[in-house]
Design a protein around this ligand. Structure first.
Ligand code: THG
Length: 262
């Protein structure tokens, strides 16, 4: 599982004020803690309250890459904000994200090619969030077809079925999980799959348990990557154990220690 740490997001109060006050060390601490807990990459999101994301994004990128070489997942719905992040980045990058909108794909795919970035495609369109599996598959197929047309490597594409909170979209959880499996058989070579895990428990009381149960199930459906809180130890232990059960890790009595990243 390719783990992307979610904690550098202006939505969190500590990060929101660190961005505003240009408190670099708070951001760097958050980056290093996530890497120490096993993050393979770091999501970078200025948050909804940022009034100058075009400046905040490259500032975050520069602060983070002073302390780590891990890939950065540039998280914004605005192509211009992503481009400012790409310009500042020396580390590998993942663009988070494009939707299935033709106008968006037209801008974002060339950016990903120009900067040799990987790309997350979320199955959302101008019509909004899909309501069932067929709509998710249709949007996924549009993203894959447009990437092929524009000669963007499908192996560098991560499809995101959009995880919704279980407390408002309980009837869709099954479709979301099945989409993870079906996205992988849209084309050969197969696109990869990703979810924003914490969405599933937003607004719920028992967040950590919901997160780790959903992740365990998604792993069984073949999930490749997740944006999650790597500091949640029980979540990480559940993930390592799920991969053990699926024979992706070799068993030994101390397997948790063995697979908990240095
Ligand atoms: N897909 C993709 N990218 C994404 C998402 C996705 N990026 C953003 C998000 N979803 C993933 N990251 C988070 C980060 C935090 C939370 C959820 C998802 C979260 N935050 C607390 C909340 O809202 O309750 C904030 C708590 C606090 O203020 O301390 O849950 O789906 N491609």
């Amino acid at each position: 599982m390719f783990i992307i740490g979610e904690l550098i997001n202006g939505m969190y109060a500590n990060i929101g004020s660190a961005i505003k006050e240009r408190n670099k060390s708070e951001i760097q601490k958050c980056a290093l803690e996530q890497v120490a807990c096993g993050a393979d990459a770091l999501d970078v999101n200025c948050g909804p309250a940022s009034r100058q994301p075009l400046v905040d994004m490259p500032w975050l990128v520069e602060a983070i890459q002073e302390v780590t070489d891990k890939p950065l997942c540039l998280d914004s719905s605005k192509p211009k904000v992503i481009e400012e992040g790409l310009k500042a980045a020396r580390n590998k990058t993942i663009i988070n994200s494009t939707t299935a909108d033709p106008e968006k794909l037209e801008i974002i795919i060339p950016l990903a090619k120009q900067y040799h970035s990987k790309l997350i495609g979320i199955t959302i369109s101008a019509k909004g969030i899909p309501q069932n599996k067929d709509q998710r598959l249709e949007l996924a197929a549009t993203i894959v077809a447009t990437c092929s047309e524009k000669e963007f490597s499908i192996e560098d594409l991560y499809l995101d079925p959009i995880v919704l909170p279980v407390n408002v979209a309980q009837a869709q959880m099954n479709d979301i999980l099945e989409s993870i499996h079906e996205f992988r058989i849209i084309s050969d070579p197969a696109p990869k799959t990703i979810v924003g895990l914490s969405n599933v428990s937003q607004g719920a009381h028992v967040r950590s348990l919901i997160n780790r149960t959903f992740l365990t199930m998604a792993v069984a459906y073949g999930l490749d990557s997740a944006i999650l809180d790597p500091k949640d130890k029980e979540l990480m232990d559940a993930l390592i154990t799920a991969e053990l059960i699926l024979n992706k890790n070799i068993y030994c009595d101390s397997y948790l220690e063995a697979y908990r990243k240095k």
